[in-house]
Each structure stands twice: as structure tokens, then as C-alpha cells.
Design a protein around this ligand. Sequence first.
Ligand SMILES: Nc1nc2c(ncn2[C@@H]2O[C@H](COP(=O)(O)OP(=O)(O)OP(=O)(O)O)[C@@H](O)[C@H]2O)c(=O)[nH]1
Ligand SMILES: [Mg+2]
Length: 293
Amino acid sequence: MDIIKLKNGDRRSLSKTLTMIEKGDLKSADIKEFFPAINEAEVWAITGSPGVGKSCISEHIIDNWLQENKKIAVLAVDPSSPLSGGALLGDRIRISNSDNSDNLFYRSLATRGQSGAIPSNISDMIKLFSALDYEKILIETVGAGQAEVRVASVSKFIILVEAPDSGDILQAEKAGLMELADIIVVNKSDLERANEKAEQLKLALQLSENESPNVFLISAKEKLGFKDLFLEMKELEKNKKENKSKSKISLSFAWESLLWNYKGIDLILQKLESEKITIKEAINEIMEEFKID
Ligand SMILES: Nc1nc2c(ncn2[C@@H]2O[C@H](COP(=O)(O)OP(=O)(O)OP(=O)(O)O)[C@@H](O)[C@H]2O)c(=O)[nH]1
Ligand SMILES: [Mg+2]
């Protein structure tokens, strides 16, 4: 890691450093050591089923931040499934924002087939971007399963995207995403049934024990409804509402990260496999060493 180059904004060094974090070769403790004074970027996740329009919406959000001269990092987790036929967000923002490229850094990350380490690497990446004075981080992730919910939980703010054609809202409820969202947008308001979808969502939200997020109708294609969305985002950055469900998930995720980053984990797994120790003994052994930094 070339600290001087990194601090001077060298993008190649940043890419290389991110790869080190991705591989687990660089941990938050190392980052803290090299960058003692760490600012905190505002981290936003945008999540929802494949094809609901996350990338199209992200483009508008990024443009808006760029107009405010913000330094932005975009992380796309498992970008564009071939299923939905969506174009890669990275390609799009590279094309549309080539003039502003200094203020915008894009990176895609794969989660498929990986262990629980990936989201914890994302939080280390967030630390690095924050240390390099990035002010906004946008994480695009398909909100389908537990891994994605965890990715979303490393971010401070979550936008859940729905669309008239995004299927049953039960899907988002099942994944726990409705509980976690700070903002819900119904995209594709240019299509029929968008209003109906928004009403269904509002009804479903009435049953939640948390304070309900606001629901916005937008069209990324026609660029409609974004003014209100941006105002709400600003408002939330000023007055973040705490949310018990999110705290629970964040806590259990932090707990798991500790576990999988524990240096003796391989040995413990071996001992468990050969039945030299019980689960209870394994936990006791790990607890001896647990220390949160
Ligand atoms: N009619 C309409 N189509 C839209 C709108 N926003 C996005 N789309 C279309 O929906 C498709 C998917 O858009 P993406 O932004 O790639 O969706 P995504 O959620 O990022 O998709 P994945 O990354 O594959 O999960 C594209 O064909 C878009 O042109 C909208 O507001 N109205
Ligand atoms: Mg996308």
C-alpha cells in the first residue's frame, strides 16, 4: 500500500488497496493505523429486486451529488444480473460523467460463492473511502437474500426500490427489507399500476412496529419525482431516525464478522470437524480472544 500516492488521490493505488481489502489482506486496524483521523462518509445503499431500476436511479442520485461537488464512491455488489438485462451501472456512469471523473470512483464487487467475510470487507472499504475524504458512498445491491440484507446494513441509509412489475411486496417483507428501509421508492411511475403499488406498500407499512419510511413515486426514465426524493435524503442525513430492526441486524452482522475474522478460526473448525471439541467449547475458546477494536 502506497500511502502517499493514496492520499494524493492516485486511483490505481486506490484500486489496488481495495483489492487487498477484498482479499482480506488489509484490515480496518491497518487502515486506522495509516489514517488516524477518519471522517465519516454518508453511506447509502440502494436495494431492490433485479430490474426495478436501481442503476437508473443511482445515476440521477450521483449526478445530483456531483452537482454539489461531492466526492463519491460507488460500490456495486453483484451488478446487473443477466436476467434483468440491466446495463452495468459502472459503464453508464463512466460514459455520462467522464468530465467529473475525479470526484467519482466506481468499483464492482462479487458476493457469489463467498463466505460471510464480504460484507465485513465492505465496511473496511467504507473506512478507507472515508479516510480519503470521500463524502458519499452509494452501494447498489440486489435485495434478495440475507447476504444482501447484510450489505445493506453496513450503510447508514437504505433506499428500497420497488416497481409496478417487481412482483409481490411480500418478497421484500420476507427479506426484512421493509423494516430496514429509510426511504421506499416506487420507480417506473410512468407505467400503469405504480400508484397501486405505492398504496399497497403504505398499507403494509402500517403493520410495522418501526416508524414508517416515506414512500416516493418516481420515474428514473422520465426523471420525475427526484426533487422530493433528494430533499428527503438531505433531511435524513440531518436527522437520522434510529431503527431497532436495523440495529439488530447490524449487531448480529458485526458479531459474525468478529467470528470469521478471528485468527484461530481455521483451527477451531478443524477441531470441531474431528470432534476434538464441542460447539460450547469452541465458543468459550473464541470468547477468550474476542476483543472489539
Ligand atoms: N418504464 C420505465 N423503465 C425503467 C425506469 N427505470 C428503469 N427502467 C428500465 O428498467 C430496466 C432495468 O433498469 P436498471 O436500472 O438496470 O435496474 P436494476 O435494478 O439496476 O437492475 P439489476 O442491477 O439488474 O438488478 C432497464 O431496461 C431500464 O431502462 C422507469 O422509470 N420507467
Ligand atoms: Mg443495476
